[in-house]
Design a protein around this ligand. Sequence first.
Ligand code: UT7
Length: 324
Amino acid sequence: MTQIRSIIRGTGGYLPERVLTNDDMAKIVETDDQWIQDRTGIKQRHIAADDQLTSDLAVEAAKVALSHAGIEAANVDLIVLATTTPDKTFPATATAVQAKLGLSGGAAFDVQAVCSGFLFALATADSMLKCGLFKTALVIGAETFTRILDWSDRGTCVLFGDGAGAVVLTAERAADVGDRGILTHHIRTDGTKSDLLHVDGGVSSTGTVGHVRMLGNQVFKHAVTNISSAIKAVYEEAGITSDDVDWFVPHQANQRILNGVAKKMKLDESKVISTVALHGNTSAASIPLALHTAVSDGRIQPGQLVLSEAMGGGFSWGASLFRL
Ligand code: UT7
């Protein structure tokens, strides 16, 4: 049987126009710029306009990724969208993206793994391409996360923002692409820890959307441990060490988590892509946004090895290794 590898052909990102700085947040809750920067590294976050839906953000990021890849939307036969903030309870927001891109064939569906959603979506799309089900995939992380915030809870509302990021994957014969492509994933969940980071509402529980609730310092402790174990798993699978990694593109939740993981895994600071200052935690959108930033500004070059990781509600966590 021909071995197939998924190749990342293009990246895209989109941040809504409206920006709330830390000083703006201090007008909403009892906080200040210094606390937010010291504890999280965040300087500002973007907020979707009232008439912008998650699918609108996703489409903007998808268009950039398709243009970067030089691939027409008509070629896309799979859309996997990671989101916690869907347009509607059903149908999947991915189908709204499909329609807005003028597509009616192939398959489009959502993946829900909160801040780890992009890595879960990437693993899903990669697996489907590898087994020959589809040829060209859009993998998107998109969130209007600020719509589920409790704007009176300073422990959460200062942390999150809205945005979207995307990649285009194509299925190629492994023999034709050298060592490029998605190499391995490790994704895990632990449902027994869900109370530490969750939303206090839902269709079948309260009939409401609910708001984010988080015991931040407890999540923080688990984050560094779980992320590090996922990274070790992908290293072992690929037979590499931190020395082999060219770039580290982590989920952008907190600069202190990024630093803690990099230190624990002996990843040099110069390899870390950090965009958390500019958009805060955009949940499933943060990894593809950071990836797109570093590809666009020329830091990440074709052929380089990228390590990514995330941890979020569920708990869910994971790591991925890919060579652009
Ligand atoms: O992406 C999904 C995964 N999520 C995460 O990875 C988030 C993980 N957690 C974190 O990033 C951090 O725990 C936070 C940034 C949320 C909080 O930082 P912390 O250093 O763990 O602070 P803390 O929760 O232990 O709170 C320390 C103090 C408390 O005051 P007291 O009890 O010491 O008087 C809080 O009330 O900071 C206070 N505090 C604030 N002060 C000013 C909490 N939020 C704020 C705020 N401004 N916005």
